[in-house]
Design a protein around this ligand. Structure first.
Ligand code: ZN
Length: 77
């Protein structure tokens, strides 16, 4: 089974989940989560996949929410 890992964020206002960057490389996905806790200069692989810790969310009610990185969600490719 091929898997795609999607950087997921959860909005602090509405609780909605949004998806940002993605990769099919499990090592890069793991490092994306691991390195959120440490020095960003340690980003590996020159993959171009560098999900930030926060993202903005356009909530359904028009609010602009702050969303926290919650991990790399796996979906079947
Ligand atoms: Zn929201």
């Amino acid at each position: 089974m091929n898997v795609i890992y999607n950087a997921a964020y959860k909005c602090r206002i509405c609780g909605g989940v949004l998806i940002d960057q993605q990769t099919a490389n499990a090592d890069i996905a793991r490092d994306c989560v691991f390195h959120q806790n440490f020095d960003a200069s340690l980003w590996p692989h020159n993959s171009g996949v560098k999900p930030p810790f926060y993202a903005s969310h356009g909530c359904d009610d028009g609010s602009i929410g702050l969303a926290d990185f919650i991990g790399m969600g796996a979906t079947e490719a």
